[in-house]
Design a protein around this ligand. Sequence first.
Ligand SMILES: [Zn+2]
Length: 288
Amino acid sequence: MIRSFHFIGSVGVSPLHKWKKPLPFLFLQSLPKSRTASSPIEFPSFFVQSQPQRCFRAFQMSASRSESNTEADAASASSSAVSPSTAAPKPKIKFCQSCGGPTKMVVPDGEEKMRAVCTLCSRICYENPKMVVGCLVEHDNKVLLCKRKIQPSYGLWTLPAGFLEIGESAAEGATRETLEEACAEVEVLSPFAQLDIPLIAQSYIIFRAKMNTPDFSPGPESLECALFPLEDIPFDSLAFSSIFVTLKMYIEDVKAGKFKFHYCTINKRPGASPSDTHAFAVDNHLQS
Ligand SMILES: [Zn+2]
């Protein structure tokens, strides 16, 4: 289960797509705010190509939803996250995982970035992004969603997903999370999307999957699980921007009659809740 979100990372640049600089954050207040569950779902609502020389397609999803729901941990983390230009020398790893000594932020010899380094044994404590894995479970032209019973995003809907554990593959982790959160035994069909969220140092891998038997029920971290026809997906009540983007991509593929593999970067406005669909842009969208 997704519990917390921490620190800042960076995204690699595809040799096929030159990353000039992040697109400006676009805010959706100017967009229609009256979408309801029965409204037609548009995807993407519009495309952002503010600089023609960019060879990647960038777009921003649109949807309206309350901003009253926040991911406490994520909001805290993202608000404390800092851009590289304003990096504060405060180690997030405060104590050495080897000897327990206190760390301090320094630039180790031969490196360029500040790292948390043990003041006793000089071990470098690297911080790296976390991998989140999950399943987009299809059944009878519907998708399986779970209403979260835990913070962050208590009461909001999500795909079953969570942090990958050491010792398991991404597909194994995704099926485990689905079993834990929806008590559903699923079979992975194909990878569907990878979504990088540099600001909170997460990378999602979402698989399409099917239930071996159409049996599911809420696990201990879910209030409710349900199959949603695509036109009834509660975009106003989704837990995370990553889930919002994934489902929009999925609907687009269903409409096109062909599933692709999608890669994109979700660039969040620093300090914004991860579930705040008014404060992120989807950039560098690549698809097979
Ligand atoms: Zn140490």
